[in-house]
Design a protein around this ligand. Structure first.
Ligand code: MG
Length: 158
């Protein structure tokens, strides 16, 4: 089965910028109830989607105080546990970040490593791309950041 996820967060000065579980030095960051890790949120939705298990908002409602400021790495761990419970194993993930700045190239290896560790995958099965939006729209204006993720899962043979 394949899964697809999308997420978007507003950017603001003074917030922290955590992407793929890695804190990136920046004067601005994502505005969110959790740590605002747009990349891991898209990935969680892709994983849940592949398994037909709904979306991240159903599992971790932003109205629930226990998820305030929660690390999205922890959310990803919980989503992976859900998949295992349903007898699914993950084959690969492929993610795309869309942001104008900062350049995330230097942080990609650490992000891939983190995702690989939590998802129990070899690094080569964790793909991460990044692009700008060519200064177009709200992403181009630096007002927001988007992430897309796809994954493949299969049922663990009995
Ligand atoms: Mg989100």
């Amino acid at each position: 089965m394949i899964g697809f996820g999308y997420d978007i967060h507003r950017l603001a000065e003074g917030e922290s910028l955590i992407l793929g579980g890695v804190e990136i030095p920046s004067s601005f960051g994502t505005v969110a109830h959790s740590d605002g890790d747009v990349l891991l949120h898209a990935l969680c939705d892709a994983l849940l989607g592949a398994a037909g298990l709904g979306d991240i908002g159903e599992h971790f409602p932003d109205t629930d105080a226990q998820y305030r400021g929660i690390s999205s790495i922890e959310l990803l761990r919980q989503v992976m546990a859900l998949l295992r419970k349903e007898q699914y194993q993950l084959i690969n993930v492929d993610c795309t970040l869309v942001l104008e700045r900062p350049k995330i190239l230097p942080y990609k290896p650490a992000m891939r490593e983190k995702i690989a560790e939590v998802c129990g995958l070899p690094i080569k099965r964790v793909s991460l791309k990044a692009t700008t939006s060519e200064k177009l729209g709200f992403v181009g204006a630096g007002e927001g950041i988007e992430a897309y993720a796809a994954c493949q899962i299969e049922e663990i043979p009995a």
